[in-house]
Design a protein around this ligand. Sequence first.
Ligand code: GLA
Length: 361
Amino acid sequence: MSDYVSSSKAQINPEAFHRIIDGYQVDLYTLKNSNGLAATITNYGGIVVSLKVPDKNGKLGDVALGYDALNDYIGSTPYFGALIGRYGNRIANGRFTIDGVEYQLAQNNDSNALHGGRRGFDKAVWQAEKVDSSDGPALRLTYTSKDGEEDYPGTLRCTVTYTLTNKNELKIEYSAETDKPTFVNLTHHSYFNLKDGGASDILGHELMIKASKFTPVDKGLIPTGELKPVAGTPFDFNQPTAIGARVENDDEQLKFGKGYDHNWVLDRQGKDLELVASVYEPTSGRFMEVLTTEPGMQFYCGNFLDGTNKGKGGTVYQHRTGLCLETQHFPDSPNHPDFPTTELKPGEKYGQTTIYRFSAK
Ligand code: GLA
């Protein structure tokens, strides 16, 4: 297997991430598994900064979009590689009710709340600890979100462990506990490009999603409440299909999303970790499988990328050069009692596990 020197981009300098923020030390951590795969992760936002996996010739390449330096992550970013919380995805008008009390969150996405608010978990400094196991090298991140932070009720103690397993998986295990009833929906927001890490578009990537329904949305990308069959629509990915094949179809839902930016209702057997999606990139041969315990997955094809983000190695991320597979509960669940609940009560334990598994063929 090739090493960093022969891989497509230079190694990121940890010095560019070594800084004190809010009185806490921020750094860049490297996980390298027994097959030479490597992930770099910063405890600022729990961001996966780079992820090097082999192509069909064994050549390592970075498949995640992001920046070379911490500074670029601190301002406004499209959540490259970040942990998202307390509530991943949208809450209509930033409003919900718990036990008869109405809460108003920041409306940071038109009139809606998105991805935890003005300063979500993607901008929090997490405490980091290397906790290597027999599965592979791991980084445990902990963060306590104070009662009232971003106007959510309850002190939420969160732990997220990233393991780069020796089976070539990036495993993400989340847990959380609260001291007051609250809503929680944690997810991960890597933008993947299995071909070249974002230098060209992802339209030729072949996507499979095991889902017979999705949650259609209104113009503001809030679910209407319907679970709509994907059969006969551009949302049917049960057979692997190139993302670009139907993304420009004349379809109201695609217009609302400006492309794919929707939640799929995963066809699952139970609540255990299950394979729910895969992506194959034919030129590199890279193949990524997604396993999760979650009921839903937002597939977002980078419609809002427009060349304004200059990323690693000077790469400018143009329209649809990265794709996100955000395993989660459904958007706006607090306002849809029929959706699987996202409420967490004191004494309960929130948990979710998601694996991105890499191979090549
Ligand atoms: C999510 C949303 C998108 C967009 C991106 C970040 O995937 O669903 O609409 O906001 O995050 O740009």
